[in-house]
Design a protein around this ligand. Structure first.
Ligand SMILES: C[S@@+](CC[C@H](N)C(=O)[O-])C[C@H]1O[C@@H](n2cnc3c(N)ncnc32)[C@H](O)[C@@H]1O
Length: 274
C-alpha cells in the first residue's frame, strides 16, 4: 500500500513538474530544471512557484512580517551575508532608524503599496545622509493608459484588486513626489521598455496549465494537504496574472519604472532643487 502510494505520488510529481511544466513552457523554463530529485539547489528562481507549492505551510501561524524576517535572515546566512546585512521588521512609512543613518536605499516593487508615496519617500529622505542615493522600481500606469477605455480600466482595476494596491499612480507623478519631499531626480527610466524582453510572458498560463493546477490544488485540499481557501487564492492569482499580462501587452502598465534619487548634499542645494 505504502509503495503504491509512493509510486503514485512520484508519478504525479513527475507529471506535474516535468511533463506538463515542460510542455507548457517549451524552450523557456524547462531547461533549468533537469532530471533529478526536487531539492532546493535544483529549483532555480524560475521554478519558485513549484517549490513554494510543495513547501509545508507550518509557518502560516506566525505573523507574516515575522515570517519574512526569519526567511530573509536564513537567505542571508546561506549566502554568507549575515554579518553584513541585518533584517529589521518595520513599516517603511515610519522607519525605526535615526535621521541621516544610511548612505543608500532601494525598494523594488514595494512602495506601490503605500497609500501616499510622499509618506515613504519622505521617510527614505529622512534616514538618508546628505548626498545619499535612493533607487526604486515603481508600479505605474504609462501615458498609454486611457481612463475612457473599458479594457484599460478593467486591466488596471484587476491589478489593483489582485495585488491589494491603494490605486496605481501615473508615471509622471513619481518624480513630482520625489521633488516634493526634497529629492533631486538623477535618472528616470522605464526598464520594461525594449530592448528589455516582455516581463509578462512568465505570467501567461494556458487553459491546460490552469486546469492542471486547479485539479491538483482541489485534490490536495480534499486530502487536507493544502489548507482551505487555496483554490480561491489560485483563482484570484490566475485572474490577476491575466490583468498584469494585459497591462504589459497593451503597454498601459509598467512594474519597472526606475527612479534614481539623490538627497542634496547641502541645505543650499536642497532649496535650489525644490
Ligand atoms: C510585491 S512585494 C515586493 C517584494 C520584493 N521587493 C521583491 O522584489 O520581491 C511588496 C512588498 O512590500 C512590502 N510592504 C508593503 N507595505 C509595506 C510597509 N508599509 N512597510 C514595509 N513593507 C511593506 C510587502 O510586505 C511586500 O513584501
Amino acid at each position: 500500500m505504502a509503495w503504491t502510494l509512493a509510486a503514485a505520488g512520484f508519478a504525479l510529481v513527475y507529471w506535474f513538474v516535468w511533463v506538463m511544466g515542460a510542455a507548457e513552457v517549451q524552450g523557456k523554463r524547462a531547461v533549468d530544471l533537469q532530471m533529478g530529485s526536487i531539492a532546493d539547489d535544483k529549483v532555480g528562481d524560475r521554478y519558485s512557484q513549484y517549490w513554494s507549492f510543495f513547501r509545508s505551510p507550518k509557518e502560516t501561524a506566525a505573523a507574516a512580517t515575522a515570517d519574512k524576517v526569519n526567511r530573509a535572515r536564513s537567505h542571508n546566512r546561506k549566502a554568507g551575508l549575515d554579518a553584513q546585512c541585518e533584517v529589521v521588521c518595520g513599516n517603511f512609512m515610519a522607519m525605526p532608524f535615526p535621521d541621516a543613518s544610511f548612505d543608500g536605499a532601494y525598494s523594488i516593487e514595494a512602495t506601490c503599496h503605500a497609500p501616499r508615496l510622499q509618506d515613504v519617500y519622505g521617510e527614505v529622505f529622512r534616514v538618508l545622509k546628505p548626498g545619499g542615493l535612493y533607487v526604486s522600481y515603481e508600479w505605474v500606469t504609462t501615458p498609454l493608459y486611457r481612463a475612457d477605455d473599458p479594457e484599460h480600466v478593467e486591466a488596471i482595476h484587476g491589478i489593483e484588486r489582485g495585488d491589494a494596491l491603494p490605486g496605481l499612480r501615473r508615471q509622471d507623478e513619481i518624480a513630482a513626489v520625489a521633488k516634493e519631499v526634497g529629492f533631486e531626480v538623477v535618472k528616470e527610466l522605464d526598464l520594461a521598455l525594449p530592448p528589455a524582453l516582455p516581463w509578462w510572458t512568465r505570467l501567461k498560463m494556458g487553459r491546460l496549465s490552469y486546469w492542471r493546477n486547479s485539479l491538483v490544488i482541489r485534490a490536495l485540499t480534499l486530502l487536507r494537504v493544502a489548507p482551505k481557501g487555496v483554490s480561491e487564492v489560485h483563482e484570484m492569482l490566475y485572474e490577476t496574472a491575466h490583468h498584469l499580462t494585459r497591462g504589459g501587452e497593451t503597454g498601459i502598465f509598467t512594474p519597472m519604472h526606475m527612479v534614481l534619487l539623490r538627497k542634496p548634499a547641502t541645505a543650499a542645494e536642497h532649496s535650489s532643487c525644490s
